[in-house]
Design a protein around this ligand. Structure first.
Ligand code: ZN
Length: 210
């Protein structure tokens, strides 16, 4: 069997399995979505958001890109964020990084990757800010892990710098922002950073409204 046919076959089995426990599952799916969580994760195939959190369709609103970045000029990410916060009214936004992240590893090199350079540049900027700290770590593997951790914290900060999050914090005291790391060597998620509504950020990034 061609490999992609296997996916279609697995889909049929999945539908039957779902209907076995919940005959109305797909009818209820069609009625709409009310997820409590926005998940911003890495595109890496080893980090499937629903599987590792035991969530069902309808529970996570998901955006994924290389190295789970929150880039403030990325209209794709911003559109997802705005919809999740203003329309779906999610209570939590989770940025989830992971160890062994190829995006983070490649950003630490001086290789030319073509177009991807432009995306990895945002990671290099994070590296530069913490360069002394990162380079004080002798072991290259530990250095890689550390940049994964620092990057998640920075991306949570980047969320807090958006007017979308600040408005929701001021008006509705939500959402809470979380920075998690998935350890694909063990399967466990670790909580790394948390910013409750109204958390302190540098003044220069704080918007003032009339
Ligand atoms: Zn990754």
């Amino acid at each position: 069997m061609e490999p992609h046919k296997q996916l279609l076959l697995a889909n049929k089995a999945w539908v039957l399995e779902k209907l076995k426990t919940r005959p109305d599952f797909f009818e209820s799916q069609a009625e709409g979505q009310t997820p409590d969580f926005l998940w911003i994760g890495c595109s890496d195939s080893r980090v499937p958001a629903e599987d590792i959190t035991g969530t069902e369709p309808g529970e996570l609103f998901v955006h994924r890109n290389i190295a789970n970045m929150v880039v403030h000029t990325d209209f794709n990410m911003l559109s997802v964020l705005q919809y999740a916060v203003e329309v779906l009214k999610v209570k939590h936004v989770i940025v989830c990084g992971h160890y062994n992240c190829g995006g983070v590893k490649n950003a630490m090199t001086r290789h030319d990757f073509g177009l991807i350079n432009k995306w990895l540049r945002h990671l290099k900027d994070v590296y530069r800010i913490y360069q002394d700290h990162i380079e004080s770590i002798a072991d290259p593997k530990a250095r890689w892990d550390r940049l994964v951790e620092i990057n998640v914290t920075e991306q949570v900060q980047n969320l807090a710098k958006t007017s979308i999050i600040q408005r929701a914090w001021d008006k509705e005291q939500r959402p809470t922002l979380h920075g998690w790391i998935y350890d694909l060597r063990t399967g466990y998620l670790k909580e790394f950073a948390e910013m409750p509504p109204g958390a302190k950020i540098d003044d220069i990034y704080r918007f003032q409204w009339e």
